[in-house]
Design a protein around this ligand. Structure first.
Ligand SMILES: Cc1cc2nc3c(=O)[nH]c(=O)nc-3n(C[C@H](O)[C@H](O)[C@H](O)COP(=O)(O)OP(=O)(O)OC[C@H]3O[C@@H](n4cnc5c(N)ncnc54)[C@H](O)[C@@H]3O)c2cc1C
Ligand code: SF4
Ligand code: SF4
Length: 1008
């Protein structure tokens, strides 16, 4: 069924009989070829059903055409469970509803595509939660969690997925719908299959008793022991058999879940957290067994490497430091997060005291940071949850590889096991970073291996030695992340021939044609089969002359020391660009909907294509020639990049640092060279160049402004140029900051006036404020002047200095470099004297600290970057300095009128990416009575020219409607502060409200 004609027949028949989206193009299939594992297989086709009926149709057509089926949730599996030559069916876009909640019975029923965090948010009002708190809680779907028998940090208290699933309705391979629940109530096919498995369980009772791992964390194989529990925790407290438990952990290979009934737990009212700092890793491992006796709900490990890597990431640094006894001392070798939870706060505080005493008794006094504050605990848990991703941020071809990362051993052997495995790693010239569930003996560890070279051989050798250790300590080889490809072949090793045969018989009974996710659990391939891998020795990258400088990604690392080689030495034919793209390990963290920014386009479309991961995968496939002859400049890549608004959300929030905004510039630079630019793109890109001439021609600004007043002109603009008629355009001003402002006196005048006691600042006038809202720059200059600064606004006799951002956004990197060079030549005169360079437009001033450093502009760019600030960032920085004589320029000199008005702040995405949102709030607080509040919003959706483009206007507005516009609607009297020109415009177009730059708000409140 791999012939194109048959694939098209499959798609045609599903589409004809259902409302499902079906994709057969190589780009879409390529994006579904990987999960968070090392594997990759291009699927036959991809189906995105809108409802249950669509799935029924897809299953039926696939059955008739003998096409294998692969159900998929978030695709965050680590062992290759969701890769295969099949029709991949993605439940996560539409098939994700909460069907019912019975708060009395503490039961909820959900569709399989529902994400755990979304379920728990809906349950909160009932004071309930679903307690299988996997680290990927923001992405993992309930169907995928059940498919993998997932386990959370608190499994010591709540068990694994299998202990919390009460029933599953599922389509069988025959297409029949069957209800799996208590065996005593079973009927029809569910009963027949249950009885068959029961007979197998009886037949193999002796092997089950002797070969079955007895630890809590065992997720391998099928749950044949439901008839005679081997786990230290019973499947159900009442010991009854529930046939749904047979399906949990079956990795899509027995049945397709239609809905799942979940057992809920009361939300604990209080939690306390003790963070133990260890100077020796062995001591941490050895302590776990003693700490477990205090009855914690979690004991989680984070080791030194991860602490150090985390401290390099601006998002995690401050949080990690709250967990350290002394942040200025050497990083501890390990920390253990020990959580106690329950309804009696005093009892939990006492538990914390008991922990402190225990550690002192174990010879480690003063080693516990006691955290009782909920927010601090939550922040630290978020970092722990990001643990794996932090680890994956290592640059170079050697990556921490997942294949023995969740072996589980009894607690009393944990210290010995970890030391022995560490020795195995060093024998193979590598080392591992350890973290996770010390409470249940499952420690995640990934040795660093280079799969493009000798990684596969080493992987097998290490797996064999690790397996021997697991056997020695009577543990389980697969303790959390499932079997998939990396551990499938170890099932036989773990359970023996007879039980492996029994698993085969179960599979045959459920799926006689071997159509459901074949090769998973039964008849698995070899874990080191190169043909199934994402990176392998024959993986090749096409040579590429890049426009931006990606050399800092073009490195290799030392697997033992993790030291990276100098920039540019990584032997990447694409000069580091492909290595930057390959940093995406498919963990799916960008599928998020929480307070962050990443990824606004996915938040609206929920399409894999419009996700940072989807884009990175598309680029990777294009760069490595895997898109069936389509190159980087193909439509496939263009479509994937189309809705990337360059918000830089991923730059900050992607745990491995995938910076798609820059990748889009790189891509566009090649695309436009091949395909050219449209007239509209040229109008946007070269606006800074021609703006000056528009103002010079008498009457032209007024004429152009007619477009906003005469609908016919707007329609013509859309028809001829593709600029949305629904949008108002920025209003041309005759009096611009350059042709009217008095703040034109620069360094020479300042020196000549002998005002050297008065601090000189450069106020960089960007095109948008300078040309269309010059009053913002005037306001900023007046505020700075009122504080005592000498303000200089750069200008040229013809035109003005521009940062080149509009050129960069259209991929015109060479032209942007010319602009940038000119600007740097001018600004560096000031920067080299330490004169601050202040900008109002976040996208422009922050590009001096971002894109400029990747344009090969040398030391001048570095120097200017160090001296560039957003307006409010500068004021906040200055406010922190104690004034030491009265005439010194200082924000303290500003005298403001009191305000009682509500103030809401929308941070520009680039302000968020550079962590300079807080200064807006701090500086607004200089106004007496002001209590500014931050709107929790992703991107406003306008994103430069994006929202003006006719084809993007709708999605741009949808982005704004996610949270920004509703928050403003709810505050009709509030002053809205938005520093980005496009954000202000979006708010105006969406609500008819006028948002203000902070400079204007400060000016409005200045006392005369
Ligand atoms: C950074 C990171 C951290 C992780 N942390 C944890 C952790 O703390 N604990 C843990 O247990 N795991 C963890 N994982 C692994 C993974 O996130 C979990 O197993 C998660 O539950 C998978 O959910 P998903 O929606 O992505 O499922 P997918 O990967 O899409 O699917 C998982 C399996 O379920 C099957 N499946 C999906 N839907 C259905 C359906 N409707 N019917 C039948 N079968 C179906 C699939 O075929 C597949 O075999 C982590 C992964 C990463 C990348
Ligand atoms: S882009 Fe980043 S967040 Fe998204 S899957 Fe890749 S590595 Fe994870
Ligand atoms: S830059 Fe923004 S829109 Fe583009 S991929 Fe990153 S988060 Fe998504």
């Amino acid at each position: 069924m791999n012939k194109p004609s048959e694939t098209h027949l499959l798609a045609e028949r599903i589409q004809k009989n259902s409302a499902a989206e079906v994709y057969t193009d190589i780009g879409s299939r390529g994006r579904y070829a990987t999960d968070a594992s090392i594997y990759q297989t291009i699927p036959i086709a991809v189906c995105v059903p809108s409802c249950a009926n669509d799935i029924t149709v897809a299953l039926q057509v696939a059955r008739e055409l003998q096409v294998p089926i692969l159900p998929r949730g978030g695709g965050t599996s680590q062992c290759g469970q969701t890769t295969g030559p099949a029709l991949v069916i993605d439940n996560s876009k539409h098939f994700r509803n909460l069907i019912s909640v019975d708060a009395q019975e503490k039961v909820a029923e959900v569709e399989p595509g529902m994400v755990l965090d979304h379920l728990n948010a809906a349950l909160k009002k009932h004071q309930l939660w679903f307690p299988v708190d996997v680290s990927t809680s923001g992405q993992a779907t309930i169907g995928g969690m059940a498919g993998n028998n997932s386990c959370g940090s608190r499994s010591i208290a709540y068990g694994n997925m299998v202990h919390n699933v009460a029933g599953i309705d599922a389509w069988l391979a025959s297409g029949e719908l069957a209800s799996f629940g208590l065996m005593e109530n079973a009927q029809g096919e569910a009963l027949r299959l249950g009885q068959l498995v029961q007979q197998l369980a009886q037949k193999y009772q002796t092997e089950i008793d002797t070969n079955w791992p007895k630890v809590l964390r065992r997720v391998a194989g099928y749950n044949l022991d439901i008839f005679h529990n081997q786990n230290e925790k019973p499947y159900r407290p009442d010991g009854k058999v529930n046939l749904a438990h047979l399906l949990v952990g079956s990795e899509g290979s027995l049945a397709y879940f239609k809905s799942l009934k979940l057992q809920l737990s009361p939300l604990p009212q209080h939690k306390t957290l003790g963070v133990i700092n260890f100077v020796s890793f062995h001591a941490a491992m050895d302590s776990a067994q003693h700490i477990a006796k205090l009855g914690p709900t979690a004991i989680e490990l984070v080791d030194r490497t991860m602490l150090d890597l985390g401290r390099q990431n601006p998002e995690f640094r401050t949080v990690i430091e709250t967990a350290l006894i002394d942040k200025n001392a050497a990083t501890p070798e390990a920390i253990l997060l020990v959580e106690f939870s329950g309804d009696n706060h005093h009892a939990l505080i006492q538990k914390l005291k008991d922990l402190v005493t225990l550690m002192a008794d174990l010879g480690l006094p003063n080693s516990v940071v006691e955290m009782t504050q909920a927010q601090m605990q939550k922040n630290l848990w978020e970092v722990r949850k990001a643990g794996l991703n932090i680890m994956m941020s290592l640059k170079g071809d050697g990556k921490p590889v997942s294949f023995i990362e969740d072996c589980a051993v009894p607690l009393e052997h944990l210290a010995e096991y970890t030391s022995a495995l560490t020795d195995v790693f060093s024998k193979y010239g590598t080392r591992g970073t350890w973290y996770a569930h010390a409470s249940v003996g499952t420690l995640h560890v990934r040795p660093i291996l280079d799969m493009r070279r000798d990684g596969a051989q080493k992987m097998r050798a290490i797996a064999e030695e690790a397996a021997a250790l697991v056997r020695k300590y009577k543990g389980a080889f697969s303790g959390e992340h499932g079997d998939g490809i990396s551990r499938g072949e170890w099932i036989k090793w773990q359970f023996g021939n007879h039980l492996n045969q029994a698993f085969g018989e179960i599979k045959h009974a459920f799926d006689p044609q071997n159509q459901l996710n074949p090769g998973k659990i039964v008849n698995p391939p070899k874990m080191d089969d190169y043909s199934l891998m994402r990176f392998h020795p024959s993986y090749k990258v096409n040579p590429l002359q890049t426009s931006l400088d990606w050399s800092s990604w073009n490195v290799q690392n030392d697997p033992v020391t993790e030291a990276v080689s100098p920039a540019g030495t990584g032997m990447d034919p694409a000069q580091g660009f492909s290595k930057a793209v390959e940093m995406c390990n498919n963990n799916g963290h960008c599928r998020k909907f929480d307070a962050g920014t990443m990824c606004p386009s996915y938040r609206v479309t929920r399409d894999e294509q419009h996700l940072t991961r989807g884009r990175a995968n598309t680029l990777r496939l294009a760069l490595s020639n895997q898109l069936e002859g389509q190159a980087l400049v193909s439509k496939t890549v263009k479509d994937a990049m189309d809705l990337c608004v360059g918000c830089k959300g991923c730059k900050r929030e992607c745990p491995t640092g995938v910076d798609m905004a820059k990748m889009k510039i790189e891509f566009l630079s090649h695309y436009q060279k091949e395909h050219g630019l449209s007239l509209r793109d040229r109008l946007f890109a070269y606006l800074p160049q021609y703006a000056h001439y528009v103002t010079k021609i008498p009457g032209l600004p007024s004429l152009l402004n007619l477009r906003n007043r005469i609908p016919l002109l707007a329609f013509l603009g859309e028809w001829l140029l593709g600029i949305s008629a629904k949008r108002s355009l920025p209003k041309w001003q005759k009096k611009t900051i350059w042709n009217h402002s008095r703040f034109r006196f620069g360094l020479d005048d300042w020196l000549a006036e002998s005002f050297v006691g008065q601090q000189l600042v450069v106020l960089f006038a960007d095109t948008f404020n300078g040309q269309f809202e010059s009053e913002n720059l005037e306001a900023a200059a007046e505020v700075l002047q009122a504080a005592g600064y000498w303000v200089y606004i750069p200008r040229k006799p013809e035109g003005h200095y521009c940062c080149g951002k509009t050129l960069l956004s259209n991929g015109l990197v060479d032209e942007a470099k010319v602009q940038a060079k000119e600007l740097l030549d001018h600004l560096s005169i000031y920067a080299e004297r330490g004169t601050p360079i202040i900008g109002l437009e976040p996208a422009c001033i922050l590009s001096l600290r971002d894109e400029y450093l990747m344009m090969g502009l040398g030391e001048q760019a570095e120097m200017v970057a160090k001296n560039s600030f957003t307006f409010e960032e500068f004021l906040m920085k200055e406010a922190a300095i104690q004034p030491n004589y009265s005439q010194l320029a200082h924000p303290n000199n500003l005298k403001f009128k009191t305000t009682q008005q509500e103030i809401l702040v929308h941070g520009h995405c680039h302000q968020k990416a550079f962590e300079v949102v807080q200064p807006i709030l701090e500086v607004l607080k200089l106004i007496p009575g002001a209590n500014p509040k931050l709107i929790e919003s992703s991107c406003c959706g306008m994103a430069g020219s994006f929202g003006y483009e006719a084809e993007h206007e709708k999605i741009s507005m949808q982005m704004a409607e996610i949270s920004l516009l509703p928050s403003i609607r709810n505050a009709p009297q509030a002053i809205i502060v938005a520093d980005g020109s496009s954000c202000r415009h979006q708010i105006h177009d969406g609500l008819g409200r006028q948002a203000l730059h902070i400079a204007k708000v400060l000016k409005m409140h200045l006392k005369e």
